[in-house]
Design a protein around this ligand. Structure first.
Ligand SMILES: NC(=O)c1ccc[n+]([C@@H]2O[C@H](COP(=O)([O-])OP(=O)(O)OC[C@H]3O[C@@H](n4cnc5c(N)ncnc54)[C@H](OP(=O)(O)O)[C@@H]3O)[C@@H](O)[C@H]2O)c1
Length: 266
């Protein structure tokens, strides 16, 4: 039987835009209780209000920077207070979505910048490790709980200018596989959802605010939307508790490989 998300606590990192913000809306529609984190508080405030409107049983937000252990610990202490509130009937975290991350720059290794490399490894790799370590004590055993990490098609391949991002997302994939072994027998599901080309703020961030360069990537093609990915996350989390979706690679029909995208004439 489908696992009900109603009144279950769901924690989403990187909830201020893109997949994370869309996921807040669709988990909200399922009647879940949301704990949302990111660095941009003004955005989180809006996402939280929209999730409540969509039907979330509760929705709360708190500043979170997954590149910093003290920030992760402060966030989890706040989340623990919410979850273990005596008024709360369910005092566990049923879904952890490690979504915060992204790409910074598209330089070759020869031209690469330390700050870009460090940000990518910190957020996409160490951020997933830190968040998972901190949240694990809140995740119940044998109760249909899920850890869902957001990887990327980039973690399955390579492309010029993608060394650190491809390495980071390949790292995320290996962390997911390791966790699946480490949680073997615990009745906790572990999944990675790995999207291909999707239109969010991802490219704007990668190209450091260059909107024209970002728009070019999506010109003439039909990319995935944030909502497409959010619906998949809800589907993964709501499978019957004995079903583990280990690894899901999701691309637009128009994308057969990273760098091989079908474009209609404009
Ligand atoms: N769009 C794509 O084509 C695509 C494809 C495959 C995988 N992905 C992955 O999907 C995930 C979500 O990206 P998106 O496409 O939705 O892009 P997005 O719209 O740029 O969203 C990225 C989210 O991550 C948050 N974030 C970034 N660094 C953070 C940090 N240090 N601490 C906390 N939050 C942080 C951002 O929030 P703040 O800036 O407010 O902190 C934002 O909410 C990323 O892991 C990305 O690598 C994207």
């Amino acid at each position: 039987m489908k696992f009900s998300l109603k009144n279950k606590w769901i924690l989403i990192t990187g909830a201020s835009s893109g997949f994370g913000a869309a996921a807040a809306g669709v988990f909200g529609r399922e009647g879940a209780k949301l704990l949302l984190g990111a660095r941009r508080i003004d955005r989180l405030q809006k996402v939280t209000a929209e999730a409540r409107k969509a039907g979330a049983a509760e929705a709360h937000f708190h500043e979170l920077d997954v590149t910093k252990t003290p920030s992760v610990e402060t966030f989890i202490a706040w989340a623990t207070e919410k979850i273990q509130n005596p008024k709360s009937k369910i005092r566990n975290l049923h879904v952890l979505i490690n979504n915060a991350g992204g790409a910074h720059g598209l330089d070759t290794v020869a031209e690469g910048k330390d700050a870009d490399w460090e940000e990518m490894i910190q957020s996409n790799v160490l951020g997933v490790l830190r968040m998972t370590r901190a949240a694990l004590p809140l995740i119940p055993r044998d109760a249909g709980a899920s850890i869902i990490n957001i990887g990327s098609a980039a973690g399955h391949t390579v492309y010029e200018g993608g060394a650190a991002y491809c390495a980071a997302k390949a790292g995320e994939l290996q962390i997911t596989r390791t966790l699946r072994h480490e949680l073997f027998g615990a009745g906790i599901r572990v999944s990675t959802v790995d999207p291909g080309l999707a239109e969010t703020e991802f490219s704007l961030v990668r190209f450091k605010g260059d909107a024209a360069r970002a728009a070019k990537l999506y010109a003439g093609t039909i990319p995935l939307s944030a909502a497409d990915v959010a619906e998949i996350l809800v589907w993964v989390a709501s499978r019957p508790p004995h079903v583990n979706i280990d690894e899901l690679l999701v691309k637009p029909v128009d994308q057969v490989a990273v760098g091989k995208v079908f474009r209609r004439k404009l």
